[in-house]
Design a protein around this ligand. Structure first.
Ligand code: ZN
Length: 693
């Protein structure tokens, strides 16, 4: 599971070392040291287009690593890049065809590159690069270029014909005819992931996880594999495409020698080099199992790997690699490729470890029913990492927290690893905007508090969401996996559960006692943030007429709207308007809101533990999906006025090995600043998959 930018104010959310209070002096000073290694002229924002900001991040402390550690990071970095095109094909069958077409035009077009049309074309190309395909990375809808099909045809005709992904015996005219509807026709592949149950979820989604298969067929295919009594169930379906051959359902497994072989062979090549310079035996064992998994596609090996990976808590260097998150599949089975390469931030990890160290206390004191509590919360390992490279599902848009593995039984029996992406959050913080806070936090107390404590409260929320949130609670025996019982609502409910644990405890004196926050004002700031974001600001991410589809957004509105309604009789949260008609929300009673969060946490945990599909569905559908049209319109106007794009993602650093013969003697980091150039470089150097036409 991942937590993504917690609010549009992510820019303003989250980090300890920007907190100027007394209790945090030590970490504050320390952090300044490590960041000071990089000059402060570093530009955190590179550019902005459409609804996107392109940011940059640094890798503080890289130079201080040993050569062997740098060498290991370099191999993991190459492995991450080798797999990166898999997500393009997973997201939509013709994404690579589109991307190569755009690359051909951007690199070889001979016409005017100053015209308005060209600028519009470039915005489209950048949006596609950013989203790893033609669908919006977050909203999932197809993005349409704001140029005419005639202009597009001119672009193709005036570029180098040899650069396009044409079929054998296909001339330019035929190629244009074939590709135009893929890019321009709103009816072709309108949505990557459709979660509207009025439709067949599989056939109405354009993801490439299924082909010629209906929702019913896919559901029955995997249901037949389910063994409800299995204590160590395999994640069937995680690493394959389901399609029909001669009328029969078959899985095309993503492995060396199977689907995506060309990329995976290279991933394995680099991982083998990494294994040879592993920091220790535990890490080497995990890497070797990962290699084995990519070679065989055996999901039992993937579980073995995940167990070995969880056990590796001593290494400084870590990597997430594989088909991990299932948000890209309307049925929540199939994993999208991602890789995150990182080094542990030893200093910042102390805060998160303080929370992880109290996991059993948090479980025991939670508002959930006693029978849903874990008697023995196991192996919650938490740390702050410094990201070195992200690819696939983790880039350019990135999570800020990761909690893996996703397999429930492994989490229960072997524990999980929770990480906070420290240098990413720091970069967001450096690119933040006070004007956005002023626009939406109109109540002076809330405004002041969010500015003063929003950074720390955001960091603590993320820590608790990952460390004690996802890790808490247990499923009643015999109920089976929540992805089967709660189906398409499971992701939103699970994210809601993790958020509620964080919200319940962030107003608890316990956090002051263990020294991770100076006062309960931090908790109040988080409530201010959560309610304002969940009821208002996050709507800026939607187009007029949209409903909420994305799981994290659904869970946030569900929680905020539920609390608004249930607190109505006590006026816990109050909707107000300024004289000039701007809506805002004020929290009148923080303690009562705390109690409400506790009640909802108890209920969501019950839904999850008992697999109560109807109750889960009602929570999400009644509170998390519908959009107040009038308020939405107002938010869009106000948000646009501030002029900050609601989404952000990152240009990746580049690792350059210095060689002596075939031996690596050092590795240097470069920080590219040109997004388009990086995308073209990736297209040139790391495109390993054949284009399917
Ligand atoms: Zn989460």
């Amino acid at each position: 599971m991942k937590s993504i930018g917690f609010s549009l104010l992510i820019a303003a959310s989250a980090f300890l070392f920007s907190c100027g209070n007394n209790g945090m002096k030590k970490e504050e000073g320390k952090k300044k040291d490590s960041v000071a290694a990089v000059p402060d002229t570093f530009k955190f924002q590179a550019e902005q287009f459409a609804d996107i900001r392109i940011l940059r991040y640094q890798i503080p402390g890289f130079e201080k690593l040993s050569v062997k550690q740098k060498e290991l990071l370099y191999y993991l970095y190459e492995a991450a890049l080798a797999g990166k095109d898999i997500i393009w094909d997973q997201n939509y069958k013709f994404n690579l065809t589109v991307r190569k077409t755009l690359e051909a035009i951007v690199s070889t077009y001979k016409g005017d590159k100053n015209s308005e049309d060209w600028k519009k074309f470039m915005v489209y190309a950048k949006r596609v690069w950013f989203s790893n395909g033609i669908h919006h990375h977050y909203g999932m809808q197809k993005m349409l270029p704001e140029i005419s099909t005639n202009y597009f045809a001119d672009l193709v005709k005036n570029s180098d014909a040899a650069a396009f992904p044409v079929n054998k015996d296909e001339n330019t005219k035929a190629f244009i005819k074939r590709i135009t509807p893929i890019i321009f026709d709103p009816k072709v592949a309108p949505k990557r992931v459709n979660l509207d149950t009025k439709f067949d979820l599989v056939t109405s989604s354009s993801t490439n996880f299924y082909e010629g298969v209906t929702e019913k067929e896919a559901t029955e295919f995997y249901k037949a594999m389910d063994k409800p009594d299995d204590k160590t169930p395999i994640s069937y379906g995680l690493n394959s495409k389901l399609m029909k051959e001669n009328g029969k359902l078959v899985e095309k497994v993503w492995k060396v020698g199977g689907m995506y072989s060309a990329a995976l062979a290279k991933v394995v090549y680099w991982l083998e080099k990494a294994s040879a310079v592993a920091e220790n035996d535990t890490q080497k064992k995990a890497l070797d199992l990962l290699i084995q998994y990519y070679k065989t596609g055996d999901l039992k090996t993937f579980d073995d790997y995940s167990i070995a990976w969880v056990a590796d808590t001593e290494s400084a260097i870590d990597v997430v690699s594989g088909y991990i998150e299932v948000y890209g599949d309307p049925l929540g089975k199939k994993g999208t490729f991602e890789s995150t390469v990182s080094v542990k931030d030893m200093e910042a990890s102390k805060r998160i470890a303080a929370i992880g160290g109290q996991a059993q206390w948090f479980e025991d004191n939670s508002s959930i029913a006693p029978e849903h509590k874990k008697k023995n919360v196991k192996g919650i390992s938490a740390k702050v990492i410094t990201v070195v490279q992200e690819t696939g599902d983790a880039a350019p848009a990135t999570p800020i927290g990761i909690n893996l593995p996703n397999s429930n039984w492994i989490r229960q029996q072997h524990g999980s690893k929770s990480v906070n992406l420290g240098n990413i959050v720091y970069a967001y913080e450096k690119a933040k905007s006070a004007s956005l806070i002023d626009e939406f936090y109109i109540n002076p107390d809330m405004n002041k508090r969010v500015k003063q404590f929003g950074a720390l409260s955001g960091a603590l929320h993320t820590d608790m969401h990952e460390v004690i949130g996802h890790a808490s609670g247990q499923i009643n025996s015999g109920v089976g996996d929540p992805s089967a019982t709660l189906k398409n609502y499971n992701n939103a409910l699970e994210e809601g559960r993790a958020d509620l644990v964080a919200l319940y405890y962030i107003l608890d004196k316990k956090l002051v006692d263990i020294g991770v926050m100076p006062s309960l004002e931090v908790g109040k700031a988080e409530y201010d943030n959560y309610i304002t974001n969940g009821l208002m600001i996050q709507l800026a991410r939607l187009k007029p007429g949209d409903q909420i589809e994305e799981s994290h957004m659904r869970n946030r509105q569900m929680i905020a709207a539920w609390a608004l309604e249930k607190g109505k009789k006590d006026n816990v949260i109050e909707k107000k308007k300024t004289d000039d008609g701007r809506t805002y929300f004020v929290i009148n009673d923080y303690d009562k809101l705390h109690t409400l969060f506790g009640q909802l946490l108890k209920e969501v945990q019950r839904v999850k533990s008992e697999g109560d599909y109807t109750a889960g569905k009602n929570l999400i559908e009644n509170y998390g999906v519908k959009v107040d049209t009038e308020l939405h319109k107002e938010i869009l106007t106000r948000y646009n006025k501030v002029g900050i794009a609601p989404y952000a993602g990152f240009i990746q650093p580049k690792l350059v090995p210095l060689m002596d013969g075939d031996k690596i003697v050092d590795v240097k980091v470069e920080y590219p600043s040109d997004f388009v150039q990086q995308m073209l470089d990736f297209g040139k150097n790391n495109a390993l998959l054949p284009v399917v036409n």
